[in-house]
Design a protein around this ligand. Structure first.
Ligand SMILES: *Cc1c(COP(=O)(O)O)cnc(C)c1O
Length: 483
């Protein structure tokens, strides 16, 4: 049995994990240098443990949870691809890792160069004219994009109220719309799982500021009427926004600007491999067409005539600042390394393999699980657990059962137009053998449901904690250990 106590319980008085060098400067008393109201009354209660105890503690914690370095992580819409170790190695170079945002531009030219080139690479990938790397997440990119739409219409002397979003939109879309001061107008999906074109036309008028569309959509399907959609939206003077959080089916094969989009955000922490999950730092750069460039946030990175990089805030029409400094730099370096390592042809095969992997899984699973919108699958697909539900087993139970096989679960109950939805995205990182193991697990779970549903309803049985109360942790949030 491993020692599962929390680190505070492992503490032994005066045990030390480090050797502090001998003091070689005069000792001063804390109360002489720090004003008394800032001083603690009692010392911080830090655990006193040895170095091996600390290492083992965190190694053991790290393997209790699932992560992509352990096995497949098919969480649809999240693109949990492998983060190549070279990304971390280069982002950890002292010149990057120890950089300070207040350093003068003269001595951070290398870092600015990387940011500038990353912007250029994203412009090439999207076909857009100008970009910013500032947003810290896809959702912040969306918010910035919505503010840009607002500024654009204000400049044209218009006060438009609505933004059109499909019923299948990611939850952040309606949130960004309303944070930006707009109202959402929902458009239905047709029986092919795409935007219902007739419904869209009936919802367009001169009060519409723009349309937000995920491409490919949340069913993993390409909106193949996209050019006609963009044309209709532009006809009423509105703008097209692409939720490009999931560019994994698009990169190198087609360009958002050529589909008629005016603004796009890109989740570097999805498509471009930087690690995510647990709320860690991300990056959601946005790119825009030329007429929207003046509205991008400040400061803007520029390259002067001598090839020197610098920041400028001389953009009178800018939406303003988005980030305390310049963006999540470590994430930007990882994305830069990933794109550079793959190059043009590598990025294309990344996209193709992601699409092949998703289609392979879909075809292997389609006899056991219902797949309602199956035509034209790209990087992910949505299976429905309705057949299993009829036997008393929910999508949630199937997701939990997968944990016993050592896999992470798919995204469940999203999008809303598929009952008992299980959204599966393998990414290009996985080998055929891994995909086959995953298929075997899902087929075996289905057989268990057919023979004895109880076998699945109580899963997981082999994980560090078994079935948890899904809502208690949200309703009674308590993150502090108390003795
Ligand atoms: C992940 C995702 C987002 C939000 O990105 P965050 O970085 O989590 O804010 C938006 N839209 C879609 C389709 C996504 O998959």
């Amino acid at each position: 049995m491993s020692d599962s106590r929390v680190i505070f319980e492992k503490s032994v008085k005066d045990r030390m994990g480090i050797a502090i060098p001998k003091l070689d400067v005069p000792e001063i008393s804390l109360s002489d240098s720090i004003s008394p109201e800032l001083l603690r009354e009692t010392p911080a209660n830090l655990p006193e443990v040895s170095e091996p105890q600390v290492v083992r503690h965190y190694v053991n914690l790290s393997v209790k949870n699932h992560h992509v370095d352990k096995d497949l992580y098919p969480l649809g819409s999240c693109t949990m691809k492998y983060n190549p170790k070279i990304n971390d190695a280069l982002a950890s170079l002292p010149g990057f890792a120890n950089i300070h945002p207040h350093q003068p531009v003269e001595n951070v030219q290398g870092a600015l160069h990387i940011m500038y080139e990353l912007e250029q690479m994203l412009l090439k990938i999207t076909g857009m004219s100008a970009a910013t790397l500032q947003p810290s997440a896809g959702s912040q990119g969306e918010f910035a994009g919505i503010l840009i739409m607002k500024k654009y219409h204000e400049q044209n002397g218009e006060n438009r109220k609505y933004i059109i979003i499909p019923e299948t939109a990611h939850g952040t879309n309606p949130a960004s719309v309303s944070l930006g001061g707009f109202k959402a107008r929902e458009v239905k999906s047709d029986n092919r799982g795409r935007v219902d074109f007739e419904d869209l036309k009936s919802k367009l008028d001169d009060e519409v500021a723009g349309m937000m569309l995920t491409q490919p959509n949340t069913l993993g399907l390409f909106e193949n009427q996209i050019e006609a959609i963009s044309e209709e939206v532009h006809k009423v003077g509105a703008l097209m926004y692409m939720d490009g959080a999931n560019m994994n089916a698009v990169v190198g094969l087609c360009k958002p600007a050529e589909m008629g989009f005016d603004i796009i955000h890109i989740n570097l922490h999805k498509t471009f491999s930087t690690p995510h999950g647990g709320g860690g730092p991300g990056a959601g750069p946005i790119a825009v067409v030329e007429k929207l460039a003046p509205f991008l946030p400040i400061p803007k990175l520029i390259k002067d005539d001598n090839g020197k990089f610098n920041w400028t805030s001389d953009l009178p029409d800018s939406i303003g600042r988005l980030h305390s400094f310049f963006g999540n730099f470590g994430i930007l370096v990882r994305a830069y390394v990933y794109i550079k390592m793959l190059g043009d042809s590598g990025l294309k095969s990344m996209t193709r393999v992601a699409i092949i992997n998703a289609n392979y899984l879909k075809n292997k699973l389609k006899d056991a699980y219902k797949i309602p919108f199956a035509e034209g699958t790209l990087h992910e697909f949505v299976a429905s657990g309705v057949l299993q539900k009829a036997k008393g087993v929910k999508a949630l139970d199937i997701a939990k059962a997968l944990l016993d096989y050592g896999f992470y679960a798919p995204t469940i109950y999203f999008p809303n137009n598929v009952p008992e939805a299980m959204m599966i995205e393998p990414t290009e990182s996985e080998t055929k053998e891994t995909l086959d193991r995953f298929v075997s697990a899902l087929l075996e779970i289905n057989e268990k449901i057919n023979s004895d549903p109880d076998l699945v309803r109580d899963a997981p049985m082999t994980t560090p904690v078994i079935r948890l109360d899904e809502t208690k942790a949200n309703r009674e949030l308590d993150l502090r250990w108390t003795p």
